[in-house]
Design a protein around this ligand. Structure first.
Ligand code: J2J
Length: 541
């Protein structure tokens, strides 16, 4: 086995051989999945972005043009490229152009700002940042200038320019890279983890493990040539990429509709105009679609399935989806580290409304254990541990994080507390990890507290999650002013955090200035005392 990249923890050879022999893993790279579809149905629309449509043949030409342009900029196989794009056609150029070249996309989200970029650039060793002029609410030139000042060693390019630089990239044989020069067992990209301590960790996924995840998802979700998929969330998120996401759709022959944001009017308009059959959302977005009076103005009749995942969906919301919006509900419980669970389209109502689904692969080894590593019976809550053909064996270049989250025999502890039902479905009932799940956006208290503590008027700070009707959880910062300094005002502090380069969704929803931090807040549900890593039972490996 050759991981081809320092810092990637390989699957043990005997395990890899088993997954290969059993057919879970193949030899196709992620760009190959799309190229094969393009060979089969070149003239079918692959991606629709506002008034632009790229057929499969056109999309592949764009990848090759983008790859040629990236190569001309010095990007080489194995290099990491930070991808910072919203849901637009150029997102696909950037991602698949990078992959086709054998370089690795690092999936920043377009809402990330310079604080996140600095961390990601450093943690990944990226050689280039690919951003966009189409990021809503961002002055691209100002952002570029800010980054140039802070990260002088990281060149920046606009994805909009890639195809224009090499419009005939696919035609000029000398300039055309062969499809991905890296083998299917190599790492294909780095995804971001929800993060338990501070900054997001990087998740290396190989072509073959991700291809399996994507193709198995497409099968479980019943995708076919006629699927029209819309993601209301950023395509950069693992959910929208792979469960089954745009990669599943492009591997199957359907169409991806790029929505620049999840606003009801935009989404309903696209559903009507392009006859969208499948959409993916996080719970607060699904709720905003349900509660929007706009829905009665659109023809949503083509819409068959709404997938909801990323955070716990309240049963009361789940119950309204089919009767009020039309599509059937599919709950999705997944993680960028691997494991993905789906409720079935034909499951009974209690399963669809009340669980987060069952592991999608018969090779997923799921354990529900107590804090001492003993299995708990079905119906009782326990810690979720998982191992399988599309769950990673370690974070990228991060031995301390690996020691905390992986057992020696390769089980990943997700930090979720789940109940397994007798039918194999899981319900997520809590967590042990130190994050706040703000409607699917994972916020690390450590990271936000760190940002608050850099304010000159702040002596101490604590970020907690509290229940919120729409978000599931909102973030609340308690701030102790520095002695002798002017006590910071909540509004000013939030504005200051924004300008300090933190993504908008990490700016606390509420800020309260207090004299001292109470040891326990009412509603302090995100912070748990650090527990010893649960041990695995003997003989489980
Ligand atoms: C409760 N908690 C959930 C759910 C994720 C598909 C879908 C989602 C993600 C994702 C993903 C949840 N109910 N339905 O990658 O492929 C929480 C859990 C989990 C963490 C992972 C996919 N769905 N969660 O959300 O890496 O705590 O992936 O461990 O962003 O989100 O977050 P992330």
């Amino acid at each position: 086995y050759d991981p081809m990249l320092d810092g990637v923890v390989p699957y043990p050879r005997d395990v890899a051989d088993r997954y290969l022999a059993a057919g879970y893993w193949g030899d196709r790279t992620l760009d190959r999945l799309v190229r094969d579809t393009a060979a089969r149905r070149p003239h079918h629309p692959a991606v629709i972005d506002r008034d632009r449509t790229a057929t499969y043949a056109e999309l592949v030409k764009r990848f090759d043009a983008a790859a040629a342009a990236l190569r001309a900029r010095g990007v080489a196989p194995g290099d990491r490229v930070l991808i910072h794009l919203p849901n637009v056609l150029e997102f696909f150029d950037a991602v698949y152009g990078t992959i086709s070249l054998g370089a690795l996309p690092v999936f920043a989200v377009h809402t990330h700002r310079h604080a996140e970029m600095e961390h990601l650039a450093q943690a990944s060793g990226a050689v280039l940042l690919l951003t966009s002029r189409q990021i809503p609410g961002l002055d691209a030139d100002a952002f570029a200038a800010e980054l140039a000042a802070r990260l002088p060693g990281l060149p920046l390019a606009y994805a909009e320019d890639l195809c224009a630089e090499h419009p005939d990239g696919a035609v000029r044989a000398a300039e055309t890279p062969a499809p991905c020069p890296r083998p299917a067992h190599a790492a294909a990209f780095l995804q971001l983890s929800g993060g338990t301590t501070g900054r997001p960790k990087l998740i290396p996924r190989t072509h073959r493990d991700y291809a399996y995840s994507v193709e198995r998802s497409a099968e479980v979700c019943g995708l076919d040539d006629s699927t029209v998929f819309l993601a209301g969330i950023p395509l950069a998120h693992n959910f929208a990429a792979s469960s089954p996401g745009y990669m599943g759709v492009l591997a199957t022959g359907g169409t991806v509709v790029a929505a620049l944001n999840g606003s009801p009017d935009l989404v309903f308009g696209l559903v009507e105009r392009h006859r969208v059959t499948l959409a993916a959302a996080v719970p607060p977005l699904a709720l905003s679609w349900l509660n929007s009076p706009a829905r009665s103005r659109y023809d949503l009749s083509a819409w068959k399935v709404l997938q909801v995942g990323g955070a716990k969906l309240a049963r009361a919301t789940a119950e309204r989806i089919e009767p009020e919006l039309g599509p059937r509900l599919q709950q999705v419980f997944g993680m960028a580290e691997g494991l993905v669970c789906y409720t079935g389209l034909d499951d009974d109502a209690d399963t669809v409304l009340g669980t987060q689904g069952r592991p999608m692969s018969d090779a997923d080894e799921v354990l529900v254990l107590d804090d001492d590593g003993r299995p708990v019976p079905d119906g009782s809550p326990g810690n979720l541990w998982v191992r399988g053909p599309y769950t990673i064996r370690g974070y990228y270049g991060n031995p301390p994080a690996n020691a905390a989250s992986f057992t020696e025999d390769g089980f990943y502890g997700s930090g979720d507390i789940v109940i397994r039902h007798p039918n194999g479905c899981l319900s997520v009932v809590g967590r042990t990890k130190d994050i706040i799940n703000r409607g699917g956006e994972k916020v690390s208290p450590d990271e936000v507290e760190g940002a608050l503590l850099r304010h000159p008027g702040v002596h101490d700070a604590s970020l907690v999650g509290e229940p919120d009707e729409a978000l599931g959880e909102r973030t609340h910062a308690y701030v102790v002013p520095r002695a002798g300094a002017e006590p910071p005002k909540a509004k000013a502090l939030r504005a200051w955090l924004r300008t300090s380069g933190l993504a908008d969704h990490k700016v606390p929803d509420l800020v309260t200035v207090v004299d001292r931090l109470p040891t326990t807040h009412v509603g302090k549900i995100s912070r748990t005392t650090l527990r010893p890593a649960p041990r695995l039972p003997q003989g489980e490996s």
